[in-house]
Design a protein around this ligand. Sequence first.
Ligand code: WTA
Length: 656
Amino acid sequence: MSSQIDHLLNETRRFAPSPAFAAEAVGTAELYERAAADREGFWADQARDLLHWHTPFTEVLDWSNPPFARWFADGELNVAYNCLDRHVESGIGDRAALLWEGENGDERRVTYAELTDEVKRLANVLTGLGIGTGDRVAIYLPMIPEAVAAMLACARVGAIHSVVFGGFSADSLRSRIDDAGARLVITADGGYRKGKVSPLKPAVDLALADRNGLGAQETVEHVLVVARGGNAVDWTEGRDLWWHDVVPAASAEHEAQPFPAENPLYILYTSGTTGKPKGILHTSGGYLTQATFTNKVVHDIHPETDVYWCTADIGWVTGHSYVVYGPLANGATQVLYEGTPDTPHPGRWWEIVEKYGVTVLYTAPTAIRSFMKIGRAVPQKFDLSSLRLLGSVGEPINPEAWMWYRGVIGAESAPIVDTWWQTETGAIMISALPGVTETKPGSAQVALPGISVDVVDEDGKHVGNGNGGLLVITEPWPSMLRGIWGDPERFKETYWEKFAAQGYYFAGDGARLDDDGDVWLLGRVDDVMNVSGHRLSTAEIESALVGNDAVAEAAVVGASDETTGQAVVAFVIVKESYLAEHSPEGLAGTLRLWVGEQIGPIARPRDIYIVGELPKTRSGKIMRRLLRDVAEGREVGDTTTLADTSVMSIISAQVK
Ligand code: WTA
């Protein structure tokens, strides 16, 4: 980490927004003053100004039982009504909500009126299936308009959705369905990825089947299937339903009912430091307020003129807050793209920007770095002059990538907002305001109006400018997680115990304050990796590895990687009996595929080293820091706390 700190300290370039941009910007400097004068009053104003409340709230924040916050608790609203009906009622029903581009070239323009109609029908279907307030619905879909409709229909009837990324395996899906106790799964036959149909319904069938000694899944009553891939699927009569049979046939009359502001909206599973994924719980009123506000002021949404494109999959929190809830509540027009950036050619994204005249692009550093690798000639073949604002999310963006993004994609003029937040925070917390802040390449910079963060030492003391430490959030915020599904103790332990004396939320990230007090993120300080902007836990991959018969023990680390930020590197001890019969290369190959099957392709280790021993402390804790040194090709650090100090030299020799 130290080399990165030095590098950051040398970064002195500054980019102020142009006067023309600043003059038209939605977010102004005055927001900071209002929020500083009365933080809760500020959020109450945002909630009233940006959303429709069926029953206005009179309470703002209830923090009487920390860390369980309640925001706007006596107010009532309907999240889907806020994203759909009210726009139709205000006369903008003909505006495009979604400009959908299939990977295979299919297109659909879906207006607010059409999306509202679809969601109303689906809401009636859900009600007919007995899905109502508090029921859990698992959504396992490609990036198609039906995915957006499915989430909104759940919200409309007060049900809780749990979106599972389509790249996750049947086993990952099963554990998430079980943990949430889902009654319905909404999926598709398949979706297009990398030029092929990637099947989804078959994975759902596997997930629900009696496998791995788990027995047949018991809570799911129905599986609703969108026809997208055209691939053959098995059918379970009585359980499975085609979307095209039931949704168009349902009534388009459906009045959105109000729900309390703290009604749960969704569960989203994310990696933690233990093997079991955490079901992060978000509720309605506070979440929608902050998602809508941040989309508006950070992405500078002018709904009448902008064509906004957030490239995230709906399986991640960025897709929840900045594909579905924020932009639709703001009445924005956005691009939704089904496929991968390089299919059928490496310029596909830039072709889409040109085709739809995208004005605001929000993506991840890993994507930017992979475009950098291919070279500027590819984007330069397309007309990107419509782009006026660029955003970044998911991991620290290194200054080189930032400068390339600005120069090659943003024509040296579009402001870049580097936005720091987490699944747990629900919405952006630290970011420049594009019309106000003088940006610095590589820094997320400042807390948004109404948000209080700090960088502290191990004792919770502010580190002061020029120093590094741990990032904390010092005051409750509207879109904060309300807990971990089914596990309030783990919620307290994971996020609140470390700085219990101060009452701070601990984010798990290292950060540094520069001389202006701006925040520079330095990556995770726990055993969570960030691969292509996706959080993966070392423990989860280790337990998948150890689940293979050949493996006796495994340790996984995140090693820095030019393209993906971090890459998964595994050190594995193989059982003697297997070593005798298989080559190390063969075993490594088998185990890579195995992890892909267990968790999903994204978790497949880049490198697997078959080793004889792992470095452990006397208390038996694996010293991943030392393995990271090996994985990154560095001189191995201090080994004095190892139980057996010779282990590292043996491992280094084996790896070479
Ligand atoms: C990292 C994604 C640096 C961070 C929205 C955080 C970032 C984790 C940034 C959350 C950023 C996200 N700069 N690091 N702009 N944005 N991170 O839950 O380590 O998938 O804790 O949420 O990503 O990942 P998650």
